[in-house]
Write a protein that binds this ligand. Structure first.
Ligand code: SAH
Ligand code: SF4
Length: 340
């Protein structure tokens, strides 16, 4: 059976036409699933009994299984089980402006960044679009509130699962469905260059974040293996193309690792590297894990890095720390569960 949450509205319209039904039925089903949150076809009162039965035998509407939930004031962290038993995680964050959710895009990750817990456990498989959509549904249904923004920054490299990520985006962006505005959706990549070009060419106004984490190839090669395949020059060229093409500002994520990439020289080199680019830098305090040796940079060092960038005319913010105490960094909850 097909998972119904893998279907974009256009896929569903095509399906109804293919079985000799009216196209508008697709919109009705979308509204039941995503607006009214009704997942039993037999409860969909504007659908004939015959069609309900047909849909029941064609589509799977089951949700993810909630394996674990950890809550704190600012965050809820969820561990979900997929139908094949694999585990993924998602995080809900409470901001002044509303709720945001960070979703996973793969089971594990093959990029092998040395500081990252998700990459420590190799990729098992890509997530289907419906498995990403259901992370949002599960969380909205759990807190009984609507989410205002989505970041694809959980476990996995979204641009290593490009087609499913774009389907996911189109499904949650659809006005007949969850209807999250494109400008409130951000995809974060470690820098898979060909997909940055593809993303720039998509006709949708979503955002891009790039995990840079180092201002030169020598250092970046050491902590992010992906840099060997797609070195800095190529990544920056792709970013420029993206900015020109979309007219959008990109986010440069820069994780601060104690004694590794947090010196004043690194800050200067970073400022020089991205000078003139329509971008802002988000400094990320490292979330320490028990398996990986890196330490987070001291507060004074973070402020010094911040000031250096500011003085050199770079737009910069320091990310508020979410849920360090509840394993909220990338992949930690899953890793601790898988290794039990
Ligand atoms: N694979 C994509 C998206 C998922 S990782 C990417 O790398 O961009 C999302 C972000 O979390 C990345 O910027 C990553 O570098 C960062 N990250 C990984 N481990 C972290 C940790 N322990 N503490 C803080 N941020 C971390
Ligand atoms: Fe994968 Fe992103 Fe972690 Fe690197 S930081 S290993 S790309 S999830």
């Amino acid at each position: 059976m097909d998972c119904i949450f893998d279907y974009k509205l256009s896929d569903m319209q095509e399906y109804f036409v293919s079985i000799g039904e009216k196209k508008y039925k697709a919109k009705q089903i979308y509204e039941w699933l995503y607006k009214k949150r009704v997942y039993n076809f037999s409860d969909m009162s504007n659908i004939s009994r015959a069609l309900q039965e047909k849909l029941e035998s064609t589509f799977d509407t089951s949700m993810l299984k909630l394996r674990k939930r950890q809550t704190s004031k600012l965050t809820n962290k969820y561990l979900f089980e997929l139908s094949d038993g694999n585990l993924i995680e998602a995080v809900l964050m409470r901001h002044d402006y509303g709720l945001s959710v960070c979703v996973s895009s793969q089971v594990g990750c093959n990029m092998g960044c040395t500081f990252c817990e998700s990459g420590r456990l190799k990729k098992v498989r890509d997530l289907k679009s419906g498995e990403i959509v259901r992370q949002i549904l599960m969380i909205e249904n759990d807190v009984n509130m609507r989410i205002s923004s989505v970041v694809v920054m959980g476990i996995g490299e979204p641009f290593d699962n490009y087609a499913n990520i774009m389907d996911f985006i189109r499904i949650i962006n659809d006005p007949s469905g969850i209807a999250i505005g494109a400008r409130h959706i951000t995809v974060s990549t470690s820098g898979i260059v060909p997909r940055i070009y593809d993303y720039a060419n998509e006709a949708i106004q979503t955002n891009l974040a790039l995990s840079l984490h180092a201002p030169n190839n020598v250092l970046r090669n050491k902590i992010m293996r992906v840099n060997k395949a797609y070195p800095l020059d190529d990544v920056l060229k792709a970013l420029k193309y993206y900015i020109e093409k979309t007219n959008r500002r990109v986010t440069i994520e820069y994780l601060l690792l104690d004694g590794v990439n947090d010196t004043i020289d690194c800050a200067k080199e970073l400022a020089h590297l991205i000078k003139g680019l329509n971008a802002y830098v988000n400094l990320i305090p490292y979330n320490e894990t028990s398996h990986i040796e890196y330490k987070k940079s001291k507060n004074e060092i973070v402020m010094q890095f911040y000031d250096t960038l500011k003085k050199l005319g770079i737009n910069v913010t320091v990310r508020r720390e979410f849920g360090g105490s509840i394993d909220a960094a990338c992949g930690q909850l899953r890793a601790s569960e898988v290794e039990k």
